[in-house]
Design a protein around this ligand. Structure first.
Ligand code: NAD
Ligand code: ZN
Length: 253
């Protein structure tokens, strides 16, 4: 059902949460917009401005790598200032009850960890852009170091000691999905009886397969997203309201 108003939405959500044995929360960029990080697909979202850099293009040219880092540093003012929002805090509260063993996220902003969920309980399907890694030897680099190298070399993206390219620890379009995270997300999805999709347009695959997988094996599906999604029809509850407002009552104080 599509919740007709906010009050009904919160009541229904409460019922579903209370009735659930195991919850799998799944989040997208929409949970972080109130934290000042724009999403991709809302009107005015990042994609209305620039297309993302494909992985093969990043590998193919120094200029693309420079551009990728230029864009990352231009976003720094959003990412560095961001604090967990009400949605993150509500999911952290749910995690503390033990009903949600973790959170599956498409986000790369580290805000679930910042909200108090232990890092190994945050399953990042698309990686993390608050640090960088060498694509060859996997050595970790801090952004401050990359920034310093970038600035002193006339905006040239630095390489690793091993000669490999250094990239934010994110999964770009065209890059392989992380196997371990995919497996853990699948386990959490198959083990839940309530799948809670929050702030995702549910169009990025394979991530969007998880709500479907949950529903197919008999879990309830609740979708909280301002805009309609392709899975609204099969959902048990659809809430097209502001995430922070809907989830605020679930923050345990
Ligand atoms: P998306 O941009 O495709 O969809 C976000 C959805 O959230 C939209 O449908 C929008 O209507 C909804 N939304 C935005 N603010 C909302 C609010 N306050 N209340 C209710 N709904 C709201 O995002 P996606 O599905 O996560 O896919 C985009 C990809 O972009 C992901 O793979 C992710 O890795 C990446 N991304 C991440 C961040 C981040 O880490 N914060 C930001 C932008 C993009
Ligand atoms: Zn290396």
């Amino acid at each position: 059902m599509i919740a007709p108003d906010l009050e009904t939405a919160i009541d229904k959500l409460q019922e579903l949460i209370e009735g659930a044995r195991r919850i799998a929360p799944f989040t997208g960029a929409g949970i972080s917009t109130e934290c000042g990080i724009p999403d991709f697909r809302s009107p005015g979202g990042l994609w209305t401005k620039t297309q993302p850099i494909q992985f093969e293009d990043f590998l193919a040219s120094q200029e693309m790598r420079n551009e990728a880092w230029r864009r990352r540093f231009a976003m720094e003012r959003y990412f560095a200032a961001a604090q967990p929002g009400r949605g993150h805090l509500a999911l952290a509260s749910l995690h503390r009850t033990g009903k949600a063993l973790g959170v599956i996220t498409q986000n790369i902003d580290n805000l679930h960890q910042d909200s108090g969920i232990p890092p190994d309980h945050v399953i990042e399907l698309h990686g993390n852009n608050t640090y960088a890694v060498c694509l060859d030897c996997a050595k970790r680099y801090e952004l401050s170091w990359v920034k310093a190298q970038f600035s002193k070399s006339n905006e040239r993206a630095p390489d690793c000691d091993c000669g490999g390219y250094i990239k934010t620890a994110t999964i770009s379009f065209g890059q392989a999905m992380p196997e371990r995270e995919m497996r853990r997300a699948e386990e959490m999805t198959l083990d839940c009886d309530l799948f809670l999709a929050v702030g995702s347009s549910l169009v990025v695959w394979p991530a969007a397969g998880f709500p479907l997988m949950a529903k197919r094996k008999g879990a309830r599906l609740a979708i909280i997203n301002r805009e309609a999604t392709e899975f609204d029809e099969i959902a048990d509850l659809v809430v097209r309201e502001d995430i922070g407002t809907v989830l605020a009552p679930f923050i345990a104080h």
